[in-house]
Design a protein around this ligand. Structure first.
Ligand code: NAP
Ligand code: MG
Length: 405
């Protein structure tokens, strides 16, 4: 059979540990036999980031901006323990995801992959819920102050024009703690645009929630920027597409989410997104079944799995053990990127291949063949056979071949 041709290359960002092993298996067994794959390859393995002074990460992100679609493998973010594990590191390099996010000025959308065998903890959920988290500022870039006596705390803003504004935070009689946070209006606007773009692209309603009844100025600014972007740039396309945007108080959003059937995008401020995405992903089942896509305000995409490099499995793999790491989210990162590339380049065959790859995964799982993580979560009677990572990929390859013949 002739292989499917591509036009524009994908930006391929390779990574670390178990996911790097899975990466090459997925390419070799699920993509290369079917697609004449074109990629611009960037090796983001920790030691290569170190060797290039992390230039490789920035180059990869720039390439994603230039070419429009990237697929990324999970990568190690070094911490103190990793510095001991890799003594050759010259610096505790920043998280590659944070670097890429900041170069692309993007927002992360996390969506669970639903399967018949695993029922969401919330019984009404029938479709995935996508959580979009604003990943700049607020409490994550706050300054904190703890005092051991009473006194007055003020907030002073000195404008570039020389104008000064002073606010009393609080006068306290005894020791207290204080915190000052900020956000940039440009970042809020980019966040809003990425959300509207992604909602249009995936044809789903967009909800945005904040606490503007309490944080009237701060959260009010978020609400107003979303509304302004919606009215000025997106309302017509939303109406034409038959999808809705609405703002609601976070308390109300949570009540609605729990009562919903799913099938929408929930845009959250940084902290809300941090905690709510963990809640939503746990309630849907497994981190191994969670996909993640970074979308820039001008519609550039980077696809990945939401989980990390699965270190514990990797060390068992190095000892020669067969490991049961679930490759589904990594496979979906590839299929998502190929589908998107096909859509942008007008290559319906490529888009159809991405879809067939996803359907093959789901059909293997729905036939009762699954990795141990899913077998453990599965409703009684669904799991027929627990398989290791490579066996699962082989089963998907067999299914995909049978569809191609
Ligand atoms: P992790 O790699 O997501 O793994 C945590 C645990 O979750 C695993 O030990 C495993 O549990 C389970 N798990 C995750 N993915 C799985 C899969 N595909 N199949 C089966 N089980 C899976 O998180 P971590 O151990 O905290 O982090 C490891 C490294 O990944 C760190 O260096 C971190 O910096 C990096 N990281 C990278 C990204 C990214 O690049 N996007 C994201 C997060 C973390 P059991 O061991 O119990 O089976
Ligand atoms: Mg979290």
């Amino acid at each position: 059979m002739a292989k499917i041709q591509m036009k524009t290359p994908l930006v391929e960002m390779d990574g670390d540990e178990m996911t790097r092993v899975i990466w090459s298996m997925v390419k070799e067994k699920l993509i290369l036999p079917f697609v004449d794959l074109k990629t611009e390859y960037y090796d983001l393995a920790l030691l290569n980031r170190n060797a290039t002074g992390d230039r490789i990460t920035v180059d990869a992100a720039e390439a994603a901006k230039r070419l429009g679609v990237a697929v990324k493998c999970a990568t190690i973010t070094p911490n103190k323990k990793r510095m001991e594990e890799y003594p050759q590191l010259t610096q505790m390099w920043k998280s590659p995801n944070a670097t890429i996010r900041s170069v692309m000025d993007g927002t992360v959308f996390r969506t669970p992959i639903l399967i018949e065998a695993v029922k969401p903890a919330v019984r009404s959920w029938k479709m995935p819920i996508t959580v979009a988290r604003h990943a700049y500022g607020d409490v994550y870039k706050a300054v904190d102050l703890s005092t051991d006596e009473g006194g007055e705390c003020t907030l002073i803003f000195r404008g570039d024009s020389g104008k000064e504004t002073t606010l009393c935070v609080q006068k306290t009689e005894g020791p207290a703690v204080f915190q000052a946070q900020h956000n940039k209006k440009s970042s809020i606007r980019s966040f809003a645009r990425s959300c509207f773009e992604y909602a249009l692209n995936t044809h789903q309603d967009l909800w945005f929630s904040a606490k503007d009844t309490i944080a009237k100025v701060y959260d009010g600014e978020f609400r107003d920027i979303f509304e302004e972007e919606y009215q000025n740039s997106y309302r017509e396309s939303f109406e034409a597409a038959g999808i809705k945007y609405f703002y609601t108080l976070i308390d109300d959003a949570i009540a609605r989410v729990i009562r919903s059937e799913g099938g929408f995008i929930w845009a959250c401020k940084n902290y809300d997104g941090d905690v709510m995405s963990d809640m939503v992903s746990t309630a849907f089942g497994s981190l191994a079944m969670m996909t993640s896509v970074l979308v820039s305000p001008d519609g550039k995409y980077e696809f990945e799995a939401a989980h990390g490099t699965v270190t514990r499995h990797y060390y068992r793999y190095l000892k020669g053990e067969a490991v049961g790491t679930n490759p589904v989210a990594t496979i979906f990162a590839w299929s998502g990127a190929l589908k998107k590339r096909g859509e942008l380049d007008g290559l319906s065959g490529l888009t159809a291949f991405g879809k067939a790859l996803e359907d093959s995964c789901l059909s293997v799982i729905n036939s009762g063949v699954m990795t141990p993580d899913l077998a453990g979560l599965s409703e009684p009677g669904f799991c027929r056979e627990t398989v290791m990572c490579e066996e699962f990929i082989d089963a998907v390859a067999a299914e995909l071949s049978s569809r191609n013949n």
